[in-house]
Every structure is written in C-alpha cells, then in structure tokens.
Design a protein around this ligand. Structure first.
Ligand code: ADP
Ligand code: MG
Length: 678
C-alpha cells in the first residue's frame, strides 16, 4: 500500500532528509499526507506587472537577462527581468547561484514573492518561480505552510507532498459512505489532498470541515463505546432513602443551591441502579462539591456499603476527612469516617487497615495510599475521585478493582472545562455541572498591577497583614532562569523575607519539596505561624485557609486565565474581603485577556475565553491530554462538535460493526485507551 511506503521511496529523499522528516514525525508516505499544513498563504491572485503593489504578489511572465555574480564577502546575487504584456519588473535572488542555470528563456513562469522598495528600486526579492504548465505548489495558489525544522523548509515539503499525492491517488475511505452522504462530506482522498493544495478557499474550508469532523467523530465514538461497554458491567444498586436525605439536608447549616440539589438527585438515581454510575461533577472552586459527595456517601454507608474517596494530596485528604466527618456527624455517621494517608504512623496505619477490612470504617478518605495492596475493602459500593485529572487511568482502575465488581464512580473536578470539550473528551461520562455559586459569597477584588506600583501595593498589603490576615504569593518558576529574573519562588522568597516584608514571617512552598515538608509548611500557614506563603502553583488545588485573604500572582501574564482563576480561588474562603493582585513582569499594558479576570469571576466563562484565545492547552495546562491532539478540528467550533457527536451516537444506534472500517477501528481503539475514565 502506497501509504505505508517508507518516505525514502520518494525521489530525492535520502537518509539525511529522512532524518529531518522524522523530526516532524514523518516516516512514511502516509505520515507525509497527514502532516497537514499549519497555515496557508494566498498567492492565488495572479496580476499583471502594471498592477504591482507592495506586498505578496504572483505574476505570469517570461524571465530574461538572468545574470549572476559574487559581491562582497562571498555574497552571491542573481538578477533578472520578468516581463508580461503590461511591463517589466526586476527580480533579485540572494545566494541562490543555481537560479541562472535553471531559468529557460521564452517560457511562461509564475513568479511569486514580495514586491518592495529596496535601495531605491522596486523589485521582487527571492521569488519562487514555477513553469506555468506544471502543477504549481509554491506560486499562483493558496500555498501550504508546514511546520518546519532545521534544514527543512516548507517549499521542500511541498515538493515531496506533491510527489506523494501522485502515488496515493485513491486512499481508503475512513468513514462510512452513508455518513459522507448524509453530512455532505468529501471523500477522504479529496479532502486530504485539498488540505495540501487547495483549489480555492471554499474547497479548503470543505476539506477542513471533513477532516475536523472525522477527528471529533472518532474521539466521541471512542468515548461512547467505552461508556456502553461499562454498561455491560453490573454494580450494586444502592436504593434511595428519602427520609435519610431529608434529614441530612435539614441539619445542614445552609440551604443547598439548585445546582447542588440537581446533582445529588441525579447521583441518587444513578446509584439506585445496577448499571454502574460514571458521573463527572464539575464545579468551580467553592461551588460546594464536598456536600454533594457527602450526600452520595451517606446513602451508601447507611446501607452498609463502603465509600472510598481519593484525593491527590495529603493536605486535601485531611481536609476532606475533617469536613465529611462534620457533615456526616450531624446525622450520626461521623464515626464511620476514616483517614488513610501514607504518612500515618505504622501502628495507626495498620489499625486503619483493620477497620477498613472489617467494615467499621465505611467512608475511607485518602490519597494513593488507598490503592496499596495492603488495603482490603469490605464492601466497596462507591468510589469518589477528587480532582480526577490528577490521577491516571491505572490508579483509578486499581481503586475500583478493590470492590471485586464495578462500583459506582463519581469523578469531581474543579477545572471548569467548557462544555464542548467536556462532551468531546469525556463523552463516556454523565456530567453534572455546579454552575451556580452558593449565595452570599463576597466577590474577590481582582486588580492587575504594574511593577512600578509595587511599593504602594506592599503598603496596602501590609495593612491587611497587620489586621491578622495572610497572603499567598504565587510565582511561575522554582528557580530563576536567564530569561526571567526575579520571578522564581526562591528569588521572591529572598526578597520578601529579607527586605520588603522582613518584619513578617514568610514561608516557602514548592513542588520539589518532600511531601512531609510541604504538609508541615501548609500546616504552619494554617496555624498562622506565617503571614506570607511564597509558593509555586502547587497550592492550586484545594487548600482551604479561610484567614488568607490576599493572593499575589507574580508574572501574571505567564499564566492561563483558568489557572489564575483557580489560584484566586485559594482566597475568599472566609468571612473577610479578599483580594487578588495580578503583578505583571514589566510595565507594558496588560492584555485584554488578563483584563477579563478583573471583570468576571465565572470560571466557565474564563475557560471559554482561554479556549478561544489560547487553545485547549491553556485549559489543561500541564495535563497534556493525548486525545486533545487534534490536527484539524477546532474545539471552539461548537457546531462541528455537536454534529460529529450526533453522528457518533447514530453510528452506535445503527449497530454498525466498527470492524467493517479498518482505519476507523484502529484509530478508535487507540483513542479508547486514552479517553478511558472507567
Ligand atoms: P469545592 O467545590 O471547591 O470543593 P467546597 O465543597 O469546599 O467547594 O465548598 C466551599 C464552601 O462552601 C464550604 O465552606 C461549604 O461549607 C460552603 N457551601 C457549600 N454549599 C453551600 C451552600 N449551598 N450554601 C452556602 N455555603 C455552602
Ligand atoms: Mg473541593
């Protein structure tokens, strides 16, 4: 099959070039075809010489008077004249001595390049030149610009793609014919080739739609197949007991929000069935996910089932255990809550293991320690994963395996993922969103600051500290690098503790510290032993310190909006007015993007904005979800996403056998491994 031919089969691809292509991930002819352009430049407007204007132009002309010569310091210049019926223009090439020999007189050429004034004369510098009779790839069309690497330029790639296009003429179709007909999509071969050498803007748009559709279709099909496979497993039904739920709600110190009530109700319906629950509870920081988790747990433990709640850090696990104890103790179940974390003393740990095994402890809150082989669950009915993106598939699976059957699973996430992404990526999950905040929250006052107002800002901050409040300072780096000085935790810690706030107690926290050290620092901050905590983004997740009212973010322009929003959520958790100060690295005007943080506290809106402006990477930060590596589809194209999702659903409803479509089957099975959240 032509697609699987090694790239060296193409004319002019030797070992050297093959190595460079490999850097771009291109090893076969097929890879070359799916290495779609990053962007395009439009050279399609061919104009007469008379109408030349400064900028990118294409002419159709004959080329004459070609001369080459060396000028100072070994520089070579080729000059020529391009002529059509309307006039002539000078062409100049630098250091391309082969040009003179390559151009034939009285042939018609396309000449494309930048027409500009240089040294008092108008000319086209370093133009691309192609014979009019040939299929042009560098001129007279919308030309593809590829990702380049050292020694490998777009024009070289174009030449290869052109050659490959001839030998892959009829590529196998990836999608069912009925789907192409119904969605009026181009066949694969047409679309793939149009992506490289579009015959016009409409054809390019069609090709992009076709290939983007395919990507999202595959991704959602993978997620849906995972979902339906899960349905084959049986879980244990945990019947809904209305009185128990009402009792719990009546004893809460606050009234549930509608969003919370809806989420809880959905969960109760889910776990009352033998079909395993697989639900994502998405809610911005402070939206009140814990009480939802508590209510889900309550139903299970009252009926003698165990619940395992896994959190990514010990700090979080402790906080959860405390909160859940308090919430459940209201209805007499506090005694069933236990904490299992790595740093427990051996004796305490083995006692906890025993209590878990016997079923004395029914709500087990912990870290990765929960999945240790030594932990024997008694009757695990429900698994809750906090900050689900921080755990790998394997870790989640190990925890679920403790049940001996498929338990109900509730994933929780404080990352506001725009619905379009959530549905595509997590299509296998049912989703509940707490888009509504509990009432009566004070808004966090957010202000962008420039470094020359630092002294003033520090004075204002010191007044707050004087009143007994505390401050987080978040820095983008651990150690200073050459390019950014003064932004590292180390540097800022030095500056604040020895100079600017030397009369205060300053603590230091970063990801390279041992887990026990980190715990210690956070505990000291919680106990008000520090006024200021200088930290990297490790404090992003879940830390609850109500007395901290100031969040100072250094080098704010380096962070994504969603990330700053998460950081900002570390304050405003107590009764006092809280502040977020976003310090820029220099005194340039802040971007519109950052300004959005001053004006909105809606995490979902900010995530949407990040998605529009910076792409999905900004939302996931370091998460680097493999499935998000879409080459053509834009996750901001909600219409495309919705159509592709519906099509995937239909594919399943039609009971289509995926094996009928080998390419689709292969892609989908790879994606199933990535998107799997079971
Ligand atoms: P998160 O979603 O970030 O985990 P939490 O569950 O920690 O949020 O809740 C944040 C705070 O809001 C807690 O102090 C909690 O007691 C409080 N809270 C939760 N639900 C409500 C509500 N309906 N009304 C008032 N306060 C609430
Ligand atoms: Mg939480």
């Amino acid at each position: 099959m032509a697609l699987s031919l090694p790239i060296t089969e193409l004319k002019g691809v030797g070992e050297e070039l093959a190595k460079k292509l490999a850097v771009l991930g291109v090893k076969t002819v097929g890879d070359l075809i799916t290495n779609f352009p990053r962007r395009y430049e439009d050279y399609s407007n061919v104009i007469p010489v008379r109408e030349l204007h400064p900028g990118i132009v294409t002419l159709e002309a004959t080329i004459s008077q070609v001369t080459g010569r060396y000028v100072r310091r070994g520089m070579h210049i080729t000059e020529a004249i391009a002529t059509d019926e309307t006039g002539s223009v000078r062409l100049v090439w630098f250091n391309q001595p082969y040009r003179a020999g390559a151009i034939k007189p009285s042939q018609a050429y396309y000449v494309a390049g930048e027409f500009a004034l240089r040294r008092g004369r108008f000319s086209i510098t370093n133009p691309s030149v192609e014979l009019v009779g040939d299929f042009p790839v560098n001129t007279a069309r919308i030309i593809p610009i590829y990702r380049e690497t050292k020694g490998l330029k777009s024009f070289q790639i174009r030449k290869l793609v052109r050659e490959a296009a001839d030998i892959v003429k009829d590529m196998p179709e990836h999608l069912p014919q009925w789907l192409l007909d119904e969605q009026k999509l181009d066949d694969y071969t047409t679309a793939a080739l149009e992506m490289h050498f579009p015959s016009g803007p409409e054809m390019l748009a069609k090709a992009q739609r076709r290939l983007g559709f395919e990507e999202v279709f595959q991704l959602t099909l993978a997620a849906l197949l995972n979902k339906y496979e899960l349905y084959k497993d049986k879980s244990i039904a945990i019947p809904f007991k209305e009185k128990l739920a009402k009792d719990f709600v009546a004893k809460l110190p606050f009234k549930l929000t509608d969003a919370q009530r809806k989420a809880v109700w959905k969960i109760y319906q889910d776990i009352d069935r033998t079909q395993p629950m697989n639900r994502l509870l998405e809610g911005d920081v402070g939206s009140g996910k814990t009480v939802v988790a508590a209510m889900a747990s309550l139903m299970a433990i009252e009926q003698n089932y165990q619940v395992a709640l896994m959190a990514p850090t010990e700090i979080l696990a402790r906080q959860h255990a405390d909160t859940l104890y308090k919430l459940l103790d209201n209805v007499g179940y506090g005694g069933h809550v236990g904490l299992l974390i790595g740093s427990l003393k051996p004796k305490a740990k083995s006692l906890m293991h025993k209590k878990i095994k016997s079923g004395d402890v029914r709500l087990i809150v912990g870290t990765h320690a929960l999945i240790s082989e030594r932990v024997d669950m008694h009757k695990l009915g429900l698994v809750i994963i906090d900050e689900q993106h921080r755990f790998g598939v394997q870790q989640r699976k190990k925890l679920q395996a403790k049940a001996g059957h498929m338990p109900h699973v509730l994933h929780m996430s404080a990352t506001p993922i725009p619905r379009s992404i959530a549905l595509t990526l997590y299509g296998e999950l049912d989703i509940s969103i707490l888009e509504q905040m509990p009432p009566g929250r004070r808004q966090i006052k957010t202000k962008i600051c420039s470094p020359n107002s630092r002294a003033q800002l520090y004075a204002q901050i010191d007044k707050e500290l004087e009143r007994g409040r505390q401050m987080f300072v978040v820095c983008p780096l651990i150690t200073d690098s050459e390019i950014s000085v003064g932004l590292s935790v180390e540097e800022v810690y030095e500056r604040l503790s020895k100079k600017d706030f030397k009369h205060r107690h300053v603590g230091l926290l970063h990801g390279k510290m041992k887990s026990a050290e980190k715990e210690e620092v956070v505990r000291k901050f919680l106990d008000c032993k520090y006024d200021i905590l200088v930290s990297t983004t490790v404090i992003e997740v879940g830390v609850d310190i109500p007395n901290a009212t100031i969040m100072l973010v250094e080098g704010a322009e380096r962070f994504g909006l969603a990330q700053i929003h998460q950081l900002r959520g570390r304050v405003g958790r107590g009764e006092h007015q809280s502040y977020a100060f976003l310090m820029l690295s220099d005194s340039r005007a802040p971007s519109q993007r950052l300004r959005a943080l001053e004006n909105t506290t809606d995490g979902f809106k900010l995530a949407e904005l990040d998605l529009q402006l910076r792409g999905p990477g900004a939302i996931y930060g370091t998460m680097q979800h493999g499935a998000l590596d879409l080459r053509v589809a834009k996750l901001t194209d909600t219409k495309l996403i919705a159509t592709a999702r519906n099509a995937a659903q239909m594919f399943i409803e039609k009971r289509e056998k995926i094996a009928k479509y080998p390419h689709l089957a292969e892609k989908v099975s790879a994606l199933r491994a990535i998107t799997n959240l079971n």
